[in-house]
Design a protein around this ligand. Structure first.
Ligand SMILES: NC(=O)c1ccc[n+]([C@@H]2O[C@H](COP(=O)([O-])OP(=O)(O)OC[C@H]3O[C@@H](n4cnc5c(N)ncnc54)[C@H](OP(=O)(O)O)[C@@H]3O)[C@@H](O)[C@H]2O)c1
Length: 210
């Protein structure tokens, strides 16, 4: 599969490497243009390309790997044509837009009934994309682990388009992770976005238990 990236910092780079190791192609983009990514694509090898944001979104699936404060700007002006967009961001409440103002409080997800989760906001900012939230709960220590013996990290996954969610779950399973479907962007997203009851928890399966 060809997978585009909006954002190619610490997380984007390592997710790209996992995907490349599983045989996929990646197109990386950032805010500064393809030239600034040349060193990174050289390091990642021939399955990686640097591109503009437009080139990155012309992929089978797109990963949004920017910081929450940059997400709305990063998504501006993109004409989505039904591509799957994976929201990898964590909406830290000390970083604007503050989703706690949307009614999602630290421990009481029930209060989120009338509020929008961070992924619902991302979906609004990317009309025409099929949004799936995933990978965001993955601890950096596991993103950084490329060893054969690495545990299978549990990746919470949610979305309102069952087919899009299935594609993401199959993709991440194929890369060696353990994605778990938590339901919709609203109900599932609220569980593991920053402040939700599953936020900050780390789950992984030891490979030898398979
Ligand atoms: N365990 C974890 O730490 C973890 C796990 C999963 C997900 N996450 C989430 O992953 C996201 C990325 O984290 P990170 O550590 O990779 O951040 P990072 O190293 O700061 O990288 C951010 C990337 O976003 C790009 N960017 C910023 N504004 C942009 C724009 N307007 N258009 C296109 N690209 C833009 C930056 O490009 P420039 O350098 O050119 O500006 C950079 O490539 C965060 O939301 C984080 O919460 C973190």
């Amino acid at each position: 599969m060809k997978i585009g990236f909006i954002g190619a910092g610490k997380v984007g780079k390592n997710i790209a490497r996992h995907l490349i190791n599983a045989g996929h192609q990646v197109v990386l983009s950032n805010s500064r243009g393809p030239e600034s990514l040349q060193g990174l694509v050289d390091e990642l090898g021939p399955r990686a390309k640097a591109g503009t944001k437009d080139e990155a979104v012309h992929s089978d699936l797109v990963m949004l790997c920017v910081n929450w404060r940059d997400a709305q700007e990063a998504l501006k002006g993109i004409a989505w044509k039904g591509q799957i967009l994976v929201d990898v961001t964590n909406a830290h409440i000390d970083s604007p837009p503050d989703i706690s103002l949307e009614g999602v409080t630290r421990s009481r997800v029930a209060l989120a009934k009338t509020a929008r989760t961070s992924s619902e906001l991302i979906a609004e900012w990317a009309p025409g994309a099929r949004l799936v939230k995933s990978i965001s709960n993955m601890p950096m220590i596991w993103i950084d682990d490329f060893s054969e013996s690495k545990p299978k990290t549990v990746l919470f996954t949610s979305g309102d388009d069952p087919e899009a969610k299935r594609v993401v779950i199959d993709l991440l399973s194929g890369v060696g992770f353990a994605p778990i479907d938590l339901g919709s962007l609203r109900e599932g997203g609220a569980m593991y976005q920053v402040g939700g009851p599953l936020s900050g928890l780390e789950f992984h399966l030891k490979r030898r238990l398979r």
